[in-house]
Write a protein that binds this ligand. Structure first.
Ligand code: NAD
Length: 354
């Protein structure tokens, strides 16, 4: 018997996808496959033209046929008008400017429009998480309808219909539930949580740890180092999250260890590839030129470093990535420094004998 799906709640919604990059396009295609009326917007006419004319996004998801009937536009007002769900899938550092453009258009959306940020990162100028940026820009009546989707989800796999599980966070679970029902498919399983901060800290930190994992790989290290990096990276993520009031259990979930394992273990991750190339002594500039897409970990290494410093949270791994990217620390010196640190108890805040 085929899987049964909840029906009746916001099925066949009018949906605006903001950002026709890899993730925005993959989610838009998934949503369209359920029969929703989806309009993708992008500032860049190239992916819009490609989707409209060929049914593919040749720049961001080459070779993948998108769901028939998916529409795309460079006119933000057209995308937002009548929308019942707005998916925000732009890089973290432009979330504020995009939200500012959406704000005056919100009265044209459905009165109970729910917004879902699928962006992972911290605004480097302000050290705000995406929910803080959105609450800063958008009117208070919208705040209970802000939700956040995160977890281990490579866009290319979602676009290809491969099984994926994610977490949707919302301060108001009834709103997050609306998004859960809207995105649920036989191969895309969303869970719910109220822990917005925990989910967002996980998404911000994991890309930085992925650079470290790629670096270790690029330097020729093997499985032992890989496992140690993921585990200690998780520890740093949890420390920062708890300092911001997150539920520690969140970091054992999909948006924590789940996303960390994914991002640290595959060359599908741009951040992992950045680290790998750095480990092979290539310059950051040449790596970024070659990628031509957002590697959130690069700017988020700075944001995480600054946030951890401001909160007095020790994050040696993320700090080493920051110094590697911004202060010219060599990969070999980063490893030497990490290994030479004072010996510690494995659990935070515990002393060891003299
Ligand atoms: N790619 C993935 O597999 C994946 C999965 C989960 C989450 N994410 C997260 O989703 C977010 C978007 O990632 P992505 O991979 O889709 O990025 P991307 O680089 O593939 O696409 C970003 C898109 O945003 C557009 N954009 C719109 N307004 C912009 C503006 N003002 N300035 C610059 N670009 C603008 C760009 O033109 C581009 O099409 C990131 O935070 C990322 O961490 C990505």
């Amino acid at each position: 018997m085929p899987p049964q799906f909840p029906t009746g709640i916001l099925i066949d919604m009018r949906i605006a996808g903001i950002g026709a990059g890899s993730w925005g396009t993959a989610l838009a295609s998934l949503l369209r496959s359920k029969g929703h009326d989806v309009v993708l917007w992008d500032i860049d006419p190239e992916p819009v033209r490609s989707i409209e004319e060929t049914g593919n996004n040749s720049r961001y998801l080459p070779g993948i046929d998108l769901s028939p009937g998916l529409r795309a536009t460079t006119d933000l007002a057209e995308a937002v008008a009548g929308a019942e769900l707005i998916i925000l899938a732009v890089p973290s550092q432009v979330m504020r400017e995009v939200a500012e453009e959406i704000r005056p258009l919100l009265p044209t959306a459905a009165p109970d429009v729910v917004l879902c940020s699928v962006t992972k990162g911290i605004e480097v100028e302000t050290l705000m998480l995406m929910h803080e940026v959105l609450e800063d820009v958008l009117p208070p009546e919208v705040h209970p309808r802000l939700t956040y989707l995160s977890g281990p989800s490579f866009a290319v796999e979602v676009a290809a219909g491969l099984p994926t599980a994610v977490t949707i966070a919302g301060k108001d679970l009834t709103q997050a539930r609306r998004v859960q029902v809207a995105v649920h498919t036989p191969y895309f399983r969303p869970y719910l949580t109220e822990d917005v901060v925990g989910v967002e800290i996980g998404g911000g930190v994991k890309n930085v740890v992925a650079i470290a994992a790629g670096l270790a790989d690029g330097m020729g290290f093997d499985a032992n180092a890989h496992a140690a990096l993921i585990t200690r990276g998780l520890s740093e993520m949890a420390r920062l999250g708890m300092a911001r009031g997150a539920n520690p259990l969140t970091f054992g979930g999909l948006s924590g260890v789940g996303d960390l394992v994914l991002t640290c273990s595959s060359t599908k991750s741009r951040n992992y590839r950045v680290g790998q190339a750095l480990g092979q002594r290539r310059s950051l500039q040449s790596i970024q030129e070659e990628l031509g897409q957002v590697a959130e970990g690069v700017v988020n290494a700075k944001a995480v470093h600054l946030l951890a410093t401001s909160l007095g949270v020790e994050m040696p791994l993320c700090n080493a990535v920051y110094r590697l990217l911004y202060e010219g620390l060599s990969p070999q010196d980063a490893i030497t420094e990490l290994a030479a640190r004072d010996l510690k108890h494995e659990l935070p805040g515990r002393d060891i004998p003299e």
